[in-house]
Design a protein around this ligand. Sequence first.
Ligand code: ARG
Ligand code: ZN
Length: 861
Amino acid sequence: MSADTNSRQVKRLADYQAPDFFIETTDLTFELAADKTLVTAVLQFRRANPNALELRLDGQQLLLLAVHYNERLLQPSEYQCDAQQLRLSVTDDDFKLTIKTEICPQANTALEGLYFANGSFCTQCEAEGFRRITYYLDRPDVLSVFSTTIIADANQYPYLLSNGNKVADRLLAGGQRLVRWQDPFPKPCYLFALVAGDFELRQDQYTTKSGRVVELAFYVEKGQGNKALFALEALKRSMRWDEERFGLEYDLDTYMVVAVDFFNMGAMENKGLNVFNSKYVLVSNNTATDTDFFNVESIIGHEYFHNWTGNRVTCRDWFQLSLKEGLTVFRDQEFSRDMGSATVNRIHAVQVIRTAQFAEDASPMAHPIQPQQVMEMNNFYTVTVYDKGAEVIRMLHTLLGEDGFQAGMRLYVQRHDGQAVTCEHFVQAMQDANHYDLSAFRRWYQQSGTPELRVQRSYDVHKQQLTLTLRQHTPATADQATKLPLVLPIRYQLVDGERSESGLFVMQLQEESLVFTDVSATALPVLLEDFSAPVRLLHDYSEQELLRIAKAASNGFARWDALQSCWMLWLQQYIQQGGAFHLPEALFELYATLLNQPLPDKSLTAELLKVPDYGTFAESFPQIPVDSILAASAAFRLQISEHLSKALLQCYQQHSQAAAEYNEEAVGQRALKNRCLDYLSMHHGDSQTLLEQQYHTASGMTDKLAVLKASLHSEHPVFESLMQHFANEWQQDVLVLDKWFSLHAANPTEQVFDTIAALCQHPKFSWQNPNRVRALFHAFAMQNPGQFHRLDGRGYQLLTQTLLLLDPINPQVAARLVTPLLSWHRYDSERQILIKQALRQLLEKDGISNDLYEKVSKALA
Ligand code: ARG
Ligand code: ZN
């Protein structure tokens, strides 16, 4: 087998085999230098399978210097070493290997394993990055006790960090320093971390409920310390919340968080030493929006919650990723909900499912929350595994109730603390703790796709009885042809005059009915409240009925959801009537009421006042009518801004005095005010002063950015000059500059191509930095549908050329950016031809990464 076919191998869950060997202790020594780092790994092995005669260690991009078996130096003839593995025959049950390798952190632009960027060393080992550090059993079911010695230049790298507790720290000859760490908790190597650099340190303490004092330490870029204080407070809130809601307490004496600007994803839960993308740590009113603050709190929570759901109880293999990610997203969503507007948090989570996740189900990359086969694991850190995974956990919570769910959690932790387990173990714990049969529910783990739930109503006048016939059907997906009925917890509310009745209906079969007796002919059932199951609900409600719910439902989510359905109806009418369509008077009345008397939850009010964005509209069509959606959205916005200009201005003025801080009331006021501003900005003449005034007097980044977004969205001439001003003001702050890059990339005019070309030459732009690349190109591909989907193919070509350049530098980031091209079948035939041509260009490129290959080849299959 050639190296190439070998590396393109697909791994299957069905082929899982327990490890033949365990590694009881792992003692690592790093002699750090950017161009040449020496790693000495002393590994104490124990045979697990008496029949195993060969030890196969994973390794990638390593230069092997020496291997000792116990104390004996092995000759090269005694082992085999290729691009992926180090293999040797072993007969002893217990033995020690000492492996010396050399790696080059500064050449590591993939940012996996140990890399050097921005003057510091940093690691990212999940999922399979540890094999780029040393030869190892790089799989999550091998748990080992780690000790780490770091030797580096004392002046250049004052902080030498790794997992656990610091047990030695001394100066060596030649200006070197040695620090040694020990982590008492056995862990898989994906949770290993090392950081070395010069940082500003912010410290605090947290006392756990049992009275232990934990040292909290945040390491951030020099001069940025104050911007870490919100995250530090958020960490303490997370720790308290996990004790109160889940009874889970922190277990080490220190909790460290390092913020770095070069990072492939959001953050990483390495035991005792989280590494974060600086974007999710560093915030201040001046530099960060309310959304940024929200994200920091939620991701700080997420990584912290992993300490129990991920670290103490980890995954047996990577097909089980949702075991820790789905559960931890559920936990962070619950945390955020308790910290801010519960309804709006739920709305945002549901939007992720209905847009990105449903789109993934419909794409060539469709997979269940427990994928069955994987080529490149990094491709499976998806909205399906994470967010649909969290919905599956939420359904368990709905079925079992808070007390039942917590009983299941306690049993899960009690049974599996210190183990590497499967999703099945989790479900079994939930089942056993509640004596609740979850056998049918388990299908959610293996079945991919978006279930459709069709509801039909029939009313019997004589019996005064309303019957709902519910039918479920999951269309075939790219990965799976046949589908079975799923267990669907359906929360409902029946609105009948003054009376309202709510409950939970657990649907099990393909078809079932739900009967309401003693109800009037106009009784309206609201189904799937709070999105109690991740399905597409298909109903025949009229505009009048939906507006009734939107006006009157007691549940804020239900009101928003009914309006979403209205918008889909109106979009269809707009398309049918060729642009002559006018939004109904009833909507303007509803909006006028909301503007004159906002709900107590102002963030929710702002959501209700929003025309759905392109992605939301697009997802309801098997084939996406790009141009009609864009035309309709613009027409809808214009109609609202014209009909309600007075009410919008009044509401804007009434809410313009929000406190600068990040708190629920102020966030809501800003959201509402800036929603109004977005509409007002469509009248270019009248709004110029308003926009400039808000921009120049803004108390924080939320209000500033809102001006830029509104003027971009409305193609207001003031956009250019304000952007210039913004660039001058924020030249030195890359995280703020990223916002500016993204705004430019979302420019809906053809000028965007020249602008992007120029920005690639900007002194702060770097192809090596994922935040910069994403700021430009993710924004272009995802937030600029008009230019991206141009019929001359220029948009697709820009992305394709970008990917060809980026793939050799950072395949993980490239493979994320390719997503919008995979769904070529969702577009008209002209666009299909252009997109497929782009995909072929990628596939034909020599040496394309596994990351891109897996996705592109599936898309073209
Ligand atoms: N476990 C990290 C989290 O908290 C994400 C790591 C992602 N790694 C990757 N290779 N995609 O969600
Ligand atoms: Zn996670």
